[in-house]
Design a protein around this ligand. Structure first.
Ligand code: HEC
Length: 135
């Protein structure tokens, strides 16, 4: 077989390999994890639920509390907070089963979904933020 044809063949199988892996895309993984862990409260479209659950779509809180978000996902939040000028006071449970990578991918999904456009998180950065609240 001529070399160029062999290379094409090889490329084909390499792409098949990557396509068949279940989570080749961190944003997709973030979306999947969001849907299973967060959407039941914050909704698929991130708009929250009335006066009980704050929105994530267009929420000023994300930008203002960037450093605190990884710890909120892991350990929850029980506070009175202000999101887009509205007060919320229900407690959010943390999801301790999420790994550092899961948290990074969920936050990057939330940061870019529904018209949001916030700075992405790097894994090392998330780990430093988590180190401050590790229990
Ligand atoms: C059981 C319902 C529930 C679940 C599940 C939940 N949250 Fe929350 N979330 C809340 C409530 C209630 C608050 C307000 C907490 C407070 O006032 O102290 C909140 C606050 C927040 C905030 C800060 C306020 C804002 O709107 O920006 C973020 C960010 C957030 N949640 C993200 C998430 C993510 C990401 C997940 C999934 C890993 C998640 N939440 C899962 C109920 C929930």
């Amino acid at each position: 077989m001529p070399t160029s044809q062999f290379r094409l063949f090889l490329l084909f199988f390499i792409s098949l390999f990557f396509l068949s892996r279940c989570e080749p895309n961190p944003y997709r993984e973030g979306e999947r994890l969001y849907k299973t862990n967060c959407a039941n409260c914050h909704m698929d479209n991130g708009e929250g639920l009335g006066a009980l659950i704050p929105p994530l779509a267009g929420a000023d809180f994300l930008e203002k509390n960037r450093e605190a978000l990884p710890c909120i996902l892991r350990y929850g939040l029980q506070d009175t907070i202000l999101v887009n000028g509205k007060t919320y006071a229900e407690a959010m449970p943390g999801v301790q089963a999420l790994s550092d990578i899961h948290i990074t991918n969920i936050l990057n999904y939330v940061n870019q979904a529904w018209g949001n456009s916030h700075k992405p998180y790097r894994l090392e950065e998330v780990q430093q933020m988590l180190a401050r609240c590790r229990k």
